[in-house]
Design a protein around this ligand. Structure first.
Ligand SMILES: [Zn+2]
Length: 147
């Protein structure tokens, strides 16, 4: 893989973990242009968003496991059940906190929303005309990004 075409911009982008969604749109232009022309930064951006989404998936899985553990403890009432329950609930809360932190400090939710919108847009284009007309207009505009 090639190196970054503009190390100065590349370094700034790396400092932001390649997330420019928090920058005002009128200041985003240079970085968007760089991401469009620089394969290195683009692949880095994809990697970081992959990590964010991976972390959220992991935290979600962990929440489910701790909840399941809590349910199992409640059901079977082993000795020391109280402390096991506390442990399971603590783990659940910790996973939820982790999930929230990732959701708040990374653009992962935006990436997922974008992917969902793109999917919906493609699906909408493939729908037959008569069905498409039944979808409320404001929803259609939202999906096609015209609002
Ligand atoms: Zn670059």
């Amino acid at each position: 893989m090639a190196k970054c075409t503009d190390p100065v911009v590349g370094k700034i982008l790396a400092g932001w973990r390649y997330d420019i969604s928090g920058i005002a749109p009128e200041m985003r232009g240079d970085y968007e242009a760089h991401l469009a022309e620089c394969a290195f930064c683009r692949s880095r951006q994809r990697l970081h968003r992959g990590i964010d989404i991976g972390l959220m998936a992991l935290a979600s899985a962990s929440m489910i496991v701790f909840l399941l553990a809590y349910g199992v403890i409640r059901h079977f009432h082993p000795s020391h059940a109280f402390w096991l329950e506390i442990g399971a609930l603590g783990g659940f809360l910790l996973s939820m906190l982790l999930w929230l932190i990732v959701a708040l400090v990374t653009p992962a939710p935006l990436v997922v929303k974008d992917a969902a919108l793109t999917g919906a847009r493609i699906g909408l284009e493939k729908l037959p005309e008569e069905i498409r007309d039944r979808i409320p207009e404001d929803l259609r505009l939202k999906i096609s990004g015209q609002s």
